[in-house]
Write a protein that binds this ligand. Structure first.
Ligand code: ZN
Length: 290
């Protein structure tokens, strides 16, 4: 039981006993209870706590949210030696974070920095609530069949973009701001047009970041054939944050697992990905040359 659960239970049980006694007293006098005690219990729908923002204290610096895939009771894929994807993704996310902090150019937050479970919407939700400029989800899934190895960089697919428009409409009780463009008071056709424009811009931006990871990663970590891919990942269905899902390697590949388990390899990976992040965010902010 959680701390708050214990506290609530600590109140509920004595209150229930008190209530029964009160009811008994009132009933014995032939009346109704003189007092009604109402207690609001936690409903579990409150948003999760936001993670700390690390790096420069200057709030005008761009912010990247790095998401270590899986966690807690969701181990992700498993490797031949019993490795859990959730542990590799966290180690890789920490390596990218450390490289960014060492450079001191951008601010960084992790969706998780320990072994905890988050639903997909919470991961992108953290980026939105922190007003992040970029979102990077790191995975290392298994793949059927032998021989596949190397990294893949995913952006949201066209197929997913219809659902994306729906998700934007439904998000945060129909919040009427998309990318700072107020949709309130516009008719549906105009609103849809703005959402489509926003989607196109975000997808182009995300694909630009994916290409930067490919470019900066070259010579530091291996990519699979045709490494730039598009797919309908739920965690990427976020309009107002350019987002990429990076499969750093396949946990089903002995070669990939061997590399990802190496601290030295992860540090090199972290520096290359950090460089791609810094270049992307510098371009976004109109800062020439990092
Ligand atoms: Zn995964």
């Amino acid at each position: 039981m959680s701390g708050i659960g214990a506290i609530v239970a600590g109140f509920v049980v004595p209150l229930a006993v008190f209530g029964l006694w009160l009811h008994h007293e009132a009933a014995s006098r032939g009346g109704v209870p003189a007092y009604v005690v109402r207690l609001t219990l936690p409903d579990g729908t409150r948003p999760i706590d936001l993670p700390p923002i690390e790096g420069p204290a200057d709030a005008s610096r761009p912010l990247v949210v790095i998401d270590a895939g899986h966690g807690g009771h969701d181990p992700g894929a498993s490797g031949p030696g019993g490795e859990h994807e959730k542990a590799l993704t966290l180690a890789l996310a920490l390596a990218v974070r450390d490289a960014l902090i060492a450079d001191g150019r951008v601010r960084v937050a992790l969706t998780r920095s320990d072994d905890r479970f988050l639903v997909l919407q919470e991961r992108a939700g953290i980026a939105r609530r922190l007003h992040a400029d970029l979102f990077l989800s790191i995975h290392a899934d298994a793949i059927e069949g032998a021989g596949a190895s190397g990294a893949t960089v995913y952006t949201l697919s066209d197929k997913g973009s219809d659902a994306l428009a729906d998700a934007v409409a439904a998000r945060e009780n129909r919040v009427d701001v998309v990318n700072g463009v107020s949709l309130g008071g516009k008719d549906d056709a105009v609103s849809q047009f703005l959402v489509d424009l926003s989607q196109q811009r975000m997808r182009a931006s995300s694909q630009g970041f994916a290409a930067l990871i490919r470019r900066e990663g070259e010579g530091h970590f291996r990519f699979r054939d045709a490494p730039l891919q598009q797919a309908a990942f739920v965690v990427l269905k976020s309009l107002d944050v350019p987002s990429v899902l990076l499969e750093a390697g396949y946990i089903s590949s002995d070669e990939d697992v061997g590399e990802m388990r190496s601290r030295r390899w992860r540090d090199d990976f972290g520096r290359a990905v950090a460089r791609a992040i810094e270049i992307f965010l510098a371009d976004q902010n109109g800062t020439p040359g990092v």
